[in-house]
Ligand binder design. Structure first.
Ligand code: DAH
Length: 361
C-alpha cells in the first residue's frame, strides 16, 4: 500500500508539473484528488485496514494528498500569472503610435494661397496690407471714386443693395448701403486715415450681379495704391512687371492698353505675356495657343494714375493733387489662381468639391 502511494505521488507530481494550462490542471485535480480518485479511495478505506497499518498508511496518504493539493495550487497560480503576462504582451497598446485611421491634415484653399502669394510679393516691394468693409457706402464705392450719382459707369458694376431701415423699399431716397463691387473703395478710406506717402494693397471679397464660367456673384480682388510726390505711370509699369514676374515667372513681359475708369486718368488695362506660348500665340500641335487664344497676351486687370477728382475727396487728409500723384491698380484673385493652376471654371473654387481641392495639397 505504501508503495502504491509512492507511485501515485510520483505520477501525480509529474503530471501536475507537466500541465500547460489551468484547464489541464483542473482535470488533473479531479483525476488525482477528486471523489473517484484512487487516493481518495485509499483514504476512505483506512478504517478497514489492519490496526497496525492504519497509522502509517493514513499518515502517508494524507501527506501525498496535501502535497499534491499544494502543488496543484502553486501551479495554478504560476500558470495564471504566465497567462496574464502573455495576454498583456499580446494585447499591448503602444500609446506612442498615431491613432487609426490617421487623421487627414487639411490645407489652405487655393484662393487663400494665391492671395497670400500676392501679399508676400507686395510686402516685399514695401507695401502694407489693408482690409476694408464688404458692406460699403455708395459714397466710397462710387461717388468718391468719381462716379457721380447719374454716371453710366455705375451700370457696369451692378450690385446688391442693403435695405436701410424700416420702409426702405418704398422710400425713393438714395440706396446708400451696398455690397462693394470692387476693392477700390479702400483707396479713399486708406487716404482718409493715412497721410502720404502711402503704399498699400487691399485683398478681399467683392460682389456683383454676375454669374458664368468666369464670373461669380462673390469673388476676390486685390487693389493697389501708391501715392507720393513724383509718382509716374512708369512706376506703375515697373511695379506691375515686378509683381507679375514673381507670380508667373521671371521671363514675363507686360503691356498696358488705354482704357477708361472713372477714378484714374489716364487709365489702362494691363496684360501679362502668355506663359504657355511665351507670347508667340503659337503652340506646336495646336491651331493657336488656347490659353491666350493666339493673342500672346493675357488680360489681368485695370490700373491708372489716380484722378485728381479722387484726391479732391481727401484733400483735407493731406492729398493735395498739386503736390502728390499716385497710381492704382486692381485685379481678380480667381483669375490669377485659374491661370496658375489651369482651372477652367471659376465657380469650381466655391463648390468645395474635395476632388478639386485635394489637388492643391
Ligand atoms: N476697380 C476696377 C474694377 O473692379 C479695377 C480697377 C481699375 C482698379 C483701375 C483700379 C484702377 O485701382 O486704377 O473693375
Amino acid at each position: 500500500m505504501l508503495e502504491r502511494l509512492e507511485t501515485i505521488e510520483a505520477e501525480g507530481t509529474a503530471a501536475v508539473n507537466g500541465a500547460g494550462s489551468a484547464a489541464e490542471l483542473e482535470n488533473l485535480r479531479v483525476k488525482f484528488l477528486g471523489r473517484k480518485a484512487e487516493l481518495t479511495g485509499i483514504l476512505r478505506g483506512i478504517a478497514d485496514l489492519e490496526p497496525a497499518e492504519r497509522g502509517p498508511v493514513g499518515g502517508a496518504a494524507n501527506k501525498v494528498r496535501k502535497g499534491l493539493e499544494a502543488l496543484v495550487e502553486s501551479r495554478i497560480e504560476s500558470l495564471a500569472g504566465a497567462e496574464l503576462e502573455a495576454s498583456l504582451a499580446s494585447d499591448r497598446i503602444d500609446v506612442t503610435l498615431p491613432g487609426s485611421p490617421v487623421r487627414a491634415v487639411g490645407h489652405l484653399h487655393p484662393i487663400t494661397r494665391t492671395r497670400r502669394l500676392i501679399e508676400d510679393v507686395m510686402i516685399g516691394l514695401g507695401y502694407q496690407v489693408m482690409e476694408g468693409p464688404e458692406v460699403e457706402h455708395d459714397f466710397y464705392n462710387f461717388t468718391a471714386l468719381n462716379h457721380p450719382a447719374d454716371h453710366p459707369a455705375r451700370m457696369l458694376q451692378d450690385t446688391f443693395y442693403i435695405e436701410s431701415g424700416a420702409g426702405a423699399p418704398e422710400e425713393a431716397g438714395p440706396r446708400d448701403v451696398l455690397l462693394r463691387t470692387h476693392t477700390s473703395p479702400m483707396q479713399v478710406r486708406a487716404m482718409e486715415t493715412t497721410p502720404p506717402p502711402l503704399f498699400m494693397i487691399v485683398p478681399g471679397k467683392t460682389y456683383r450681379r454676375d454669374s458664368d464660367a468666369t464670373h461669380s456673384p462673390m469673388f476676390h480682388q486685390v487693389e493697389g495704391l501708391a501715392v507720393a510726390e513724383g509718382i509716374t505711370l512708369a512706376d506703375l509699369k515697373g511695379t506691375l512687371l515686378a509683381m507679375l514676374r514673381e507670380i508667373f515667372g521671371p521671363d514675363r513681359e507686360i503691356r498696358m492698353r488705354p482704357h477708361f475708369f472713372p477714378f484714374t486718368e489716364p487709365s489702362v488695362e494691363f496684360d501679362v505675356s502668355c506663359f504657355k506660348c511665351r507670347g508667340s500665340g503659337k503652340v506646336e500641335g495646336e491651331d493657336r495657343c488656347n490659353l491666350c487664344k493666339g493673342i500672346g497676351w493675357i488680360e489681368l486687370g485695370g490700373a491708372g494714375m489716380v484722378d485728381p477728382n479722387v484726391f479732391g475727396f481727401v484733400r483735407e487728409a493731406g492729398y493735395d493733387p498739386d503736390l502728390v500723384t499716385g497710381f492704382a491698380f486692381g485685379f481678380g484673385i480667381e483669375r490669377i489662381a485659374m491661370l496658375r493652376h489651369g482651372v477652367g471654371d471659376l465657380r469650381l473654387f466655391f463648390d468645395n468639391d474635395v476632388r478639386l481641392l485635394e489637388q492643391f495639397s
